[in-house]
Write a protein that binds this ligand. Sequence first.
Ligand SMILES: Cc1ncc(COP(=O)(O)O)c(C=O)c1O
Length: 357
Amino acid sequence: MKTLLLNPGPVTLTERVRKSLLQPDLCHRESEFYDLQDEARARLLNVYRLDPNEWSAVLMTASGTGAVESMIASLVPQGGKLLVVQNGVYGERIANIAKQYGIGYESVVHEWMQAPDLARIEACLDASGPFSHVAIVHHETTTGRLNDLQALGAVCRARGVSLLVDAVSSFGAEAIDFDGANVAAVAATANKCLHGVPGASFVVARQHAIEQAASRTYYLDLARLAKLQAQRNTPFTPSVHAYYALVEALREFEEQGGVCARHARYAALAEQVRSGLASRGMASILPPEQSSVVLRSYALPSGIAYEALHDGLKAHGFVVYAGQGGLSKQLFRVSTMGDIEAADMERLLQAFDSLLR
Ligand SMILES: Cc1ncc(COP(=O)(O)O)c(C=O)c1O
């Protein structure tokens, strides 16, 4: 029995992407590697139809956190100041990265279940500035909440502040209005909504933001990575096979209809799971209009601990995900990324029936 991954990445691969890992061994100093790198970078910009004269996609061999760290450590200029919007684990992580690098920052901290409070954010921007950047997680995977980039971007634009976005679990499946939301950069990874494998991550940044970058980190120095990649070069040995898979996943993504199609596909699966679990007494923690289509959180059924639920579903071929921190006793999470069909989610609901019987 094939096990389907309903955790928020890595995802269940399509056979096409899995087979791409079997391509020839490739030295990263050969022209074939630079062709691969060029194609990945061009296709990443094309996901959101970004102008290559204005934007750069910069690849790195790292997990999603590596890309977020590169973005924060590089794009807040020396003497710049960052405001971090926190409403979950990944917002907290951005603040920890800023602290680690000695970047001047303030946080507007929310309860994990709360949406960002724009009035508090505006008050902080006005009282404790000047800020160069605001950082936020687009889809806060802690709860499944989709934070409103557009509204925050408008608040930032009015003050001449740019947005740095952790789009690790939204890039490719949720709309991002790069200009409207005053975005300077987004960080993301191959192995979530794009359906690649772990090991390749990237920052999509405005070129003028890269030109003003600080050099606080060695390996993750975004300006150096961008400069060398633009010259068909690379400073280090990249995860070549993860790049094969990323390019194949991006070709497949485009052929399947890009962001709109992926959003529609995830939305249908998420709604199927939400209504199916609701009818079995497991309500979604957030209303659909506040949730991403990528992952949703559900109340644990009464009388069953998460571990028993997880192990029971795994025996039926499904890997679900625990709540983080204090939420682990209250909720579980189901992602519908990857090579998953409606029939699979029907089988998932039947597996719940047999466990809850
Ligand atoms: C929003 C968000 N940011 C960052 C990360 C960290 O990614 P990684 O575990 O690949 O470093 C995740 C992982 O799920 C995430 O969902």
